[in-house]
Design a binder for this molecule. Structure first.
Ligand SMILES: Nc1ncnc2c1ncn2[C@@H]1O[C@H](COP(=O)(O)OP(=O)(O)O)[C@@H](O)[C@H]1O
Ligand SMILES: [Mg+2]
Length: 417
């Protein structure tokens, strides 16, 4: 098979599965598009709550998923954008200032590099590193809300930046797993921010929207307002905790509880048929018991509300709780629990909808319109933005170095969808 880098590859190492997407950029009637030419997924038994706990098992899942995608695309994957989404990733908003002395030339790219570097210059605990720095806005001489300050006249340039900080050794472990599976990491990207790119609409980001990505062991979140990311993070709870609650309360196995959840689960007890009974398998092969389906829903509702409460606390800490005019978008496999958007709507008093990847075409993979593909799809969007920033045309014209990468990322967060 030819080794080629012309196609873009994204790898989502989730706690339930590894998902791989290979895409080609297309143009239909002058409109740029993304066409999926390869997709692969494999169950991952090597990652828990977003952290790798077994290198061999993670490598095995990576190999299986990449091989499946490679076979579909007829391409061998050599490099990929990879997501990181452990609950130890932290975000913070930072601020930088630089003094400009260019006479009538105004703000230059070098000034922007300087101010962004100043905003990145925060004290970090040992083993921490900045994974991403996303400009939110610039100000020139106290006049804020500027997306691109180049050539503006003034003496003081300020930048507000959203920083994402990861645990360096854990990120290196992820990259090592990828290498052992024969793939180099082009870049490691924070998963909730990637997912947001695949599922949010421009108007929602402008109004104020919360994206929740409920994976197996974690719940990633990202809040956008005035088109910019204001807060992001990962909580150490996910869909598997719903299952664990059922197993514990109903005294059944985890596997039995998972089947119950997938077949009969809902988090709105009021909406399930009160008389309907479901069989709960007993541990050890004894006779199964029957419980009301509404009881199942009560247990799942309690966990969903706890998760929403923890997210609300995060929003309140960041001062964003009152800004949900664009509503809530739920993604990740856990979002498929029946009734979750309705419950979110009641809990947060705003609109809520499912988020599936938007704007992809595929002749080979019709199943992409599913929330478990959102992170891989968002990583692809990130990859497209980064490759554009790296292309010689863009570099000559308007972007270079860190400003190029970060500027392009900011533009991606503002322009896509
Ligand atoms: N219909 C459903 N109802 C509730 N949970 C679901 C449903 N379908 C899938 N899930 C849950 O989604 C999780 C997997 O989601 P996914 O986003 O693929 O996880 P990860 O990103 O951690 O790999 C599983 O824990 C599974 O229980
Ligand atoms: Mg995930």
């Amino acid at each position: 098979m030819p080794k080629t880098d012309t196609r873009l590859v994204a790898i989502d190492v989730g706690s339930a599965k590894v998902a791989v997407l290979i895409v080609e950029r297309t143009e239909i009637d002058g409109e740029p598009g993304l066409k999926v030419v390869g997709a692969g997924r494999a169950p991952n038994r090597g990652t828990l709550k977003g952290h790798i706990v077994n290198v061999d098992a993670t490598v095995k899942a990576l190999r299986r998923a990449t091989e499946e995608a490679e076979a579909m695309a007829g391409t061998e994957i050599s490099r990929a954008y990879v997501g990181v989404g452990g609950s130890d990733v932290r975000s913070a908003n930072s601020h930088g200032t630089a003094y400009i002395d260019n006479g009538d030339g105004g703000v230059t790219r070098a000034d922007i590099d300087l101010v962004l570097n100043a905003a990145r210059d925060v004290p970090l605990p040992p083993d921490r590193e900045i994974l991403q720095a996303i400009p939110q806005e610039f100000a020139v001489d106290d006049h804020g809300g500027i997306a691109d300050p180049q050539r503006m006249l003034g003496s003081r340039l300020e930048a507000k930046v959203h920083l994402v900080m990861g645990h360096a050794p854990r990120t290196r472990t992820l990259v090592r797993c990828l290498n052992q599976a024969g793939v180099e990491a082009t870049e490691v990207v924070f998963e909730p921010l990637a997912t947001a790119q695949a599922v949010l609409l421009r108007d929602e980001r402008e109004l104020g929207v919360l994206m929740l990505e409920i994976g197996s062991g974690t719940c990633g979140f990202a809040f956008f307002h005035q088109s910019e990311v204001q807060h992001s993070g990962v909580l150490p709870f996910g869909a598997s905790h719903f299952t664990a609650d059922l197993a514990s309360v109903l005294r059944t196995s985890f596997a039995g509880a998972e089947t119950l959840k997938l077949r009969h689960g809902s988090c709105l007890p009021g909406l399930v048929d009160g008389d309907q009974g479901v069989a709960v398998p007993s541990v050890g092969g004894g006779a199964s018991r029957t419980i009301a389906r509404a009881r199942l829903a009560e247990i799942l509702q309690a966990r969903a509300e706890e998760m929403f409460h923890l997210v609300q606390v995060e929003l309140e800490k960041a001062g964003c709780a009152e800004q949900l005019r664009g509503g809530i978008v739920l993604s990740g496999g856990g979002s498929k629990l029946a009734g979750l958007p309705e419950l979110a709507q009641q809990f947060f008093s705003c609109d809520a909808r499912y988020g599936v990847p938007l704007g992809f075409t595929s002749e080979i993979h019709q199943g992409l319109a599913d929330p478990t593909w959102s992170t891989a799809a968002g990583l692809v969007r990130y990859a497209v933005a980064m490759e554009q920033a790296r292309s010689p045309l863009v570099r000559q014209g308007r972007a270079r170095g860190m400003r190029g990468m970060v500027g392009s990322l900011r533009q991606m967060f503002s322009d896509l969808l």
